[in-house]
Design a binder for this molecule. Structure first.
Ligand code: IMP
Ligand code: MG
Length: 173
């Protein structure tokens, strides 16, 4: 497996994002919503660096169903937290086509959030299919399939502390 972003770089990227978020919101209270399951690592590392009043929630949205091809977004509606009147920050692992975050942002707005922004660890270049872009992002990467730091292939590899490019030989073990 080929490392794309190592632990030290990840930590620096997350710290940079936290600083940008802090500058954007100041002391305004935030509702930070992590997108399960891939967004968990970033969620944990990011909120520990946000020295501001915030509440935490998680939401389940899956589009890949563990495969390497793009699929249809599934939102588990009953897991949606109350967002009316809140400044919402969605935290996800990666912005690929953008359909996941686009759909989530629309849903949060429909439900009366005061503002909705998004933070992702990675943004793939050249794969966006929607009109929006994430407000905060750690790294831009090429259009390759990556795993680690929350990102999976069939629910595996999420626990790697770095981001790696998945190669065919990695799937045999
Ligand atoms: P989007 O809706 O196409 O932007 O896809 C977002 C979701 O697809 C992410 O939350 C990931 O779960 C998944 N995804 C996209 N690219 C990758 C990848 O390279 N590795 C693992 N998961 C990915
Ligand atoms: Mg995901």
């Amino acid at each position: 497996m080929k490392t794309l972003i190592d632990e030290q770089e990840l930590a620096r990227g997350v710290a940079r994002m936290a600083e940008e978020i802090r500058q954007r919101y100041g002391d305004q209270p935030l509702l930070v919503i992590g997108v399960l399951t891939g967004g968990l690592m970033l969620l944990c590392d990011l909120v520990r660096r946000l020295e501001m009043p915030l509440r935490l929630a998680v939401i389940r949205a899956s589009s890949y169903r563990g495969e390497m091809q793009r699929g249809v977004l599934k939102l588990t509606e009953d897991s949606l937290p109350e967002v009316a009147g809140e400044h919402v920050l969605l935290v996800d692992d990666i912005f690929d086509t953008g359909h996941t975050l686009d759909a989530l942002i629309r849903t949060m707005r429909e439900r009366g959030a005061t503002s909705v922004a998004s933070a992702v660890l990675l943004e793939k270049s050249g794969t966006c299919q929607v009109e929006m872009k994430p407000d905060f992002r750690g790294f831009v990467i090429p259009d390759v399939f990556v795993v680690g730091y929350g990102l999976d292939y069939r629910d595996r590899f999420r626990n790697l502390p770095f981001v790696a490019i998945l190669e065919p030989g990695d799937l045999e073990s």
